[in-house]
Design a protein around this ligand. Sequence first.
Ligand code: BG6
Length: 474
Amino acid sequence: MALPENFLWGGAIAANQAEGGMLAGNRGLSNIDLLPQGEHRMAIGKGLISNLQRDEKYYYPSEKAIDMYNHYLDDIKLLAEMGLKVFRLSISWTRIFPNGDDSQPNEEGLAFYERIFKELRKYHIEPLVTLAHFDVPVALIKKYGAWRNRKMIDAYTNYARTVFTRYKGLVKYWLTINEINILLHQPFVGGGLIFGEGENVAQLKYQVAHHQLLASALATKIAHEIDSENKVGCMLAGGSHYPYSCQPEDYLEAIHRDNGEYFFIDVQARGYYPNYALKKFERENIQIDITQADKEMLLANTVDFVSFSYYCSRTVSGLDENYASTTGNLFKSIKNPYLKSTQWGWQIDPLGLRSSLNMLYNRYQKPLFIVENGLGAKDEPDEQNYVVDDYRIEYTRQHIQAFKDAVEIDGVELMGYTTWGILDLVSASTGQMSKRYGFIYVDCDDQGRGSLRRVPKKSFYWYQKVIASNGEIL
Ligand code: BG6
């Protein structure tokens, strides 16, 4: 058997893309609640336009999402039927602290997640919990300018301590910050940042990165103090860079671009700033406030495992050529002529997953966890809302084969695999429902219309067999 017996097969979602119930149970507003569907979504996500007043003219898909807030019992039942061993979800920070740093936590929010975790445990499903999945309380954006202020570290660690304490014994696996490198590409989504006129954007991003890295290390420390059974991971938007050609300039560029993203895990997994980053700061006159105590904190509190999302590889060139480009998980990249693309232009590359696993394992020597992977595609349900999604099965099969090979042939240590959007949910980049990832169809369209009925797709029954055979039957 290629995979260990305790391999964690599962699925993933995030609070902001699934729960809805935006103001239910005393919840406060979060950055994602300000992201509308439509042409301004990207600019707001990048922090170039402010929508702090939450303009009524827009449609906000996260407000209702797939209403998991009210459907979670039935949803978990379906996940159990599929045979899931692990379910990745995030806690919405503003359900616990509506203003991000209230003196007391909101009991309704705490009780909500307690019910979820207990329900998962009833079916022997291990929760894997992200503390912040694109989640910055709006009140803290207004009060501090979000993560640009060091005080955010106190607010975040107080929130972390509260949930570690409350869910001790119920949750063992934690991720500190979802796709921490998204901060560089979508600073409002990743860090609640809105830039002022003439601000030094690079300086600000790396100061914010330092605050988040420190907060992550502190949360890791607290998690271990509260329960020595806790396992804490970092989480990166993964996918290595390929040189467009074998010209040395292209290869070097690929190394530099990898460094640009892996910078975050370098700090979280090794405990110190890599030399290439310190040189970059020096060269670009980026001055970050890093104290000796910060350095000690980072070094003493590295993560237990390294997790990442994988949707595609990226292709780059160090030469000044005008190659055709494509998008993929919020990054722009040169179009790789050897790969096919999804309907949204993300390039499909199962072997790239195996390469990424090798690279990450060689670099960190820590257990790895693939916590997102999947195909966003348009589905065509029949009158009963049943979807025959052979394309999704094929995509997933190829990626599973790739990570099985990484384990069996290359000797990579892999803890588990959670497919993204195990139930259809709102797309982070576009705000659409029609970009579906799920093995469970949710009857809801791009304008939020539909019965919200959940119907297993063909892929549901396929994945059920994959899990039952521990990946032997693909
Ligand atoms: C990752 C995020 O970037 O990719 C998820 O962690 C997101 O929140 C997923 O949904 C897929 O991206 P998209 O834009 O297709 O929803």
